[in-house]
Design a binder for this molecule. Sequence first.
Ligand SMILES: Cc1cc2nc3c(=O)[nH]c(=O)nc-3n(C[C@H](O)[C@H](O)[C@H](O)COP(=O)(O)OP(=O)(O)OC[C@H]3O[C@@H](n4cnc5c(N)ncnc54)[C@H](O)[C@@H]3O)c2cc1C
Length: 415
Amino acid sequence: MAAICASRAGARVTLCEQNEKLGKKIYITGKGRCNLTNTAEWEAFFGEVVSNPKFLYSAFAGMDNFAVMELVEGLGCPLKEERGGRVFPVSDHASDVIAALRRGLEQAGVEVRLHTAVKKIVTGEADAAGLRHVTGVRLSTGEFLQADAVILCTGGLSYPTTGSTGDGLRFARELGHTITPLRPSLVAFRCKEPWCADLMGLSLKNVSLKMIDGDLSCSASHELSYGKKQILYQGFGELLFTHFGVSGPLILSASAYYGRRKTENIAIILDFKPALTPEQLDKRLLREFEEHHAKQVKNILPALLPAKMVPVFERHMPLYRDKTCAEVTREERTHLRNLLKNFHLIVTGTGGYEEAVITQGGISVKEVDPKTMQPRLLPGLYFAGELLDLDALTGGYNLQIAWSTGALAGRSAAK
Ligand SMILES: Cc1cc2nc3c(=O)[nH]c(=O)nc-3n(C[C@H](O)[C@H](O)[C@H](O)COP(=O)(O)OP(=O)(O)OC[C@H]3O[C@@H](n4cnc5c(N)ncnc54)[C@H](O)[C@@H]3O)c2cc1C
């Protein structure tokens, strides 16, 4: 996007890509379908951006979601909108988005150099104001490529096999930029509870989740207490158990808020019956217990939970699981109700960069002009995309960040 926009604005552009082909990461986005943007309106859009949304205003104004759609469709890739405003190519093939961008590069006359890794950003002597101007890049072959402007858009650290190995972050650091703490985001959680492995593959569709920072106290009736300030994230959606913990769309969203404050003692609280208030659930349990008064409590669990979860719940109710429904006390019924509405797991960490959709953190946006994408320290250099300290939730927002900042960097560099 940066190369297309710079070239359309009149610059002579060379694109250096270390891989053997373009858009390796785009190819795997949206499970191979490329959710390239979202039709959300301005306010809703920025509500999905987790880090530094305000920094994006100018970039988004210059190339917003609808402008990206027009550009990609204009390059021969028809698009469609799906649930939640997510935009995909009609063909459901991410390769068609790459092909459209490749056509854009050809039409704009961009010289594309594949197998071409940049090893260093080269700067000249400091000028009278003490500023060093960028003069070009040094390639891994040793060749020096002279340039009046260089746009660095080498991505974050996620899925390094696609080529996003963090080179740009290293270059920026060497040039004196601040890199805010980096961590994998939109990624699965590792949990302390070993039984998660027994549930591997189990997907729960309508779960409500709270992520809590700090200590949780749990009463004998499994009532949890924590302060409002301890809530790092709350959401509703689909959750998937994995060998090491939990994943799925709900967890990926929660992970964007993990580690932003503190990484010790993080718990997630799951509500398996979010449509029912505690009182309504209590009534439902009472009805169930009355109807099946001679049955053991553990034998009514399948009516309340997916079969795979039953043994896990049984382990949490050792004092009354074998009792008949008629024998269960009111306190025990409350305990079961609280288990269903406040089931908690301890998060011990997240998956690594090799499985994280994006990298949180990056070049500090405080050192970059949001109107040009130019760092304040280095004239001639521009940044775009995931290497900046910008990130969003899933839904096409992260690619839109790359398109918007890329377009602005391209146009500014050409100027
Ligand atoms: C599995 C997965 C699914 C995703 N799905 C979606 C989705 O559906 N929607 C969405 O909005 N976002 C999605 N994302 C996130 C999105 O892909 C990224 O945020 C986006 O690609 C970032 O773009 P970028 O141009 O900044 O960096 P990248 O796409 O990482 O591109 C950086 C490029 O720079 C090249 N490079 C790196 N170093 C050098 C060097 N030294 N010399 C030359 N070239 C170099 C790399 O080879 C790479 O091609 C997904 C990410 C993953 C991993």
